[in-house]
Design a protein around this ligand. Structure first.
Ligand code: ZN
Length: 347
């Protein structure tokens, strides 16, 4: 291929509103040793895209930066040391990458690697027609899934499954999914049901609650209603939920903890409504409860999940599909909190 060729990408030079998402022409990247270049067919948004665009107090992103963590496409170039059979393969990307050689990487805990990075956060991501990644970030795209699904799957499914794995959810237990139609929440419902659990989900609108039921939730709740945690108790014969799947933060935290069973585990990967929350320690230790933070998940877990994706045991919920040029509209949609599941962009 001709490396002087140009591509279109989005670059954030300064944090701000959707006007910070600037389209520009750039050279198509060349792969270094161990890397490949992928021509993207689709990419999917995550909350991380909003943080990268707006900026996070006390955190410095490497601007100018092309955002975008998830993507799927075709390998168009391979660097030295990479198996050339990858060329022209249809792939979906692992958003995370790491050194591969440290004790964390070698013990299947790669997100703890000191060099762990995420596409679109620590290096240029998938809001571009071409992206350069480590060859081992490429996972074969199953033929049974669409390009839209292939981009929608990796980050939220990996995040969701890793949280549930850390919480050691068991088949006889009850899982409460806060915001059941979010990208991660919609996957958590499916994972919980596949395990055989009773699943309760919250949804802020009737449409969202209906979608949560369709995804398999046995009971749904309105998080705006006062004392919804009592409903969780009622539904579980007074016991509460064994595992609570949180990614909302401040708005739901207090009631989530009240809904947690003795011996329960609350696992969180996000704080979309704020991250400063109180904890009543006496209740936590007397009830033998755990609060578990989690971000991303291991490469090997993603490979395992890919089999459930191929067999369609796990299907990403897709909210909407936009042309790449309408990235700003897609960000608006995500910020509006009306979306259910993943927002995908097509190149
Ligand atoms: Zn490492």
């Amino acid at each position: 291929m001709n490396f002087a060729q140009k591509m279109t990408r989005v670059t954030i030079k300064e944090h701000g509103g959707t006007e910070s998402l600037q389209f520009e022409s750039a050279r198509i990247p060349e792969p270094d040793s161990g890397e490949v270049v992928v021509q993207l067919k689709t990419m999917a948004l995550n909350h991380l895209d909003l943080w990268v665009r707006r900026g996070v107090e006390g955190h410095r992103f490497p601007l100018p930066l092309t955002p975008g963590c998830d993507g799927a496409g075709i390998v168009t170039a391979v660097g030295s040391g990479v198996d050339t059979s990858l060329l022209n393969q249809s792939v979906m990307l692992s958003p995370g990458f790491s050194c591969g050689g440290c004790s964390f990487c070698k013990s299947d805990r790669d997100p703890l690697c000191k060099n762990y990075g995420i596409l679109g956060e620590t290096c240029h991501g998938t809001c571009a027609e071409y992206v350069r990644v480590q060859a081992d970030q490429c996972l074969p795209k199953p033929e049974s899934v669409s390009w839209e699904e292939a981009a929608a799957f990796p980050l939220s499914t990996l995040t969701s499954a890793s949280m549930i794995e850390k919480a050691q959810l068991r088949p006889e237990e009850t899982l409460l999914v806060i915001a059941g139609t979010s990208g991660v929440g919609s996957m958590a419902i499916q994972i919980g049901k596949n395990l055989g659990c009773q699943v309760i989900a919250t949804g802020s609108t009737e449409e969202k609650r209906q979608k949560a039921r369709e995804l398999g939730a046995d009971h749904v709740l309105e998080p705006d209603q006062e004392s919804w945690w009592k409903e969780v108790k009622k539904t579980t014969s007074g016991r509460g939920a064994d595992v609570i799947f949180e990614n909302v933060g401040e708005a739901t935290w207090n009631q989530s903890l009240l809904a947690l069973a003795v011996g329960g585990r609350l696992t969180t990967c996000g704080a979309t409504t704020g991250s400063l929350v109180p904890v009543e320690l006496k209740r936590l230790f007397f009830k033998n409860q755990q609060i578990i933070g989690s971000t991303m998940g291991s490469r090997s877990l993603l490979s395992t999940l890919q089999k459930s994706f191929e067999s369609r045991e796990l299907v990403p919920l897709i909210d909407s599909v936009y042309p790449f040029r309408q990235l700003a509209d897609a960000h608006d949609r995500m910020e509006s909190r009306q979306s259910m599941g993943k927002i995908v962009l097509q190149f």
